[in-house]
Design a protein around this ligand. Sequence first.
Ligand code: HPA
Length: 275
Amino acid sequence: MSDPTDPFRLAERAAADLAERTGGGDHDVAVVLGSGWAAAADDLGATEATVSTGDLPGFVRSTVLGHQSEVRSVRAGDRRVLLFLGRVHLYEGNSPATAVHPVRTAIAAGCSTVVLTNAAGSLDPDNGVGRGVVISDHINLTGLSPLTGESPPDPYGARFVDLTDLYSARLRALAHRVDPDLGTGVYAALNGPHFETPAEIHMLRTLGADLVGMSTALEAIAARHMGAEVLGLSLVTNLAAGVSGEPLDHLEVLDAGKAAGPRMIEVIRQVIDAL
Ligand code: HPA
């Protein structure tokens, strides 16, 4: 008997439920929308089914303004997309396994491509508010891994997953081709929910980070471990602490997302079209 609490088996159960509620069959692409991104979600394609994630095994509700507990089955060209209108974070009190459960579920539901989006602070004044940035790599400063625990069951690979090519070079090139104005940057993932101090931002800059946020890294690791190709897109919603001298505010983050959302969703739509 397989362990029903195993996070991989839980994702498989959620995927089977999700398939049943979305007309059956596999999906191709998962898209996770970060803070503020959901405002433009309707533009990705025709919604064929909407599921409240609260109805699926292993999912917890998001407690963050700007994140909805909803997943849609969307038709984008000839691809079936699972579109998550929000995510759950470590800072809400979730374990790494819970934070990556939507991504694991999507891959168990057939998705071989995972697009992770987020709102991020920029450490580089040249990447100003409203700029879309393709994540080239990350620095995981959460101190956590979604792969901590028992060895994954068959058919999943060993815990010691190689992350050399975590953010797919192919998908990054595609994104830049679709929108040559996109920047490129290394994303530092911290636990939050507090924003950073100016001294911490100075440290992150020294470490080689261009962006800072509170998500994405663990989901990317989990997706890569299950063999999916990962694209990470950040929307700069503020300059990081001390870079501009302005105080930081979550509502400002959401407003910047709303303003740039339609353009960023169009980038995703075109990337999916070109896959
Ligand atoms: N820091 C951390 N996370 C964030 C920021 C920030 O400045 N902006 C949006 N998410």
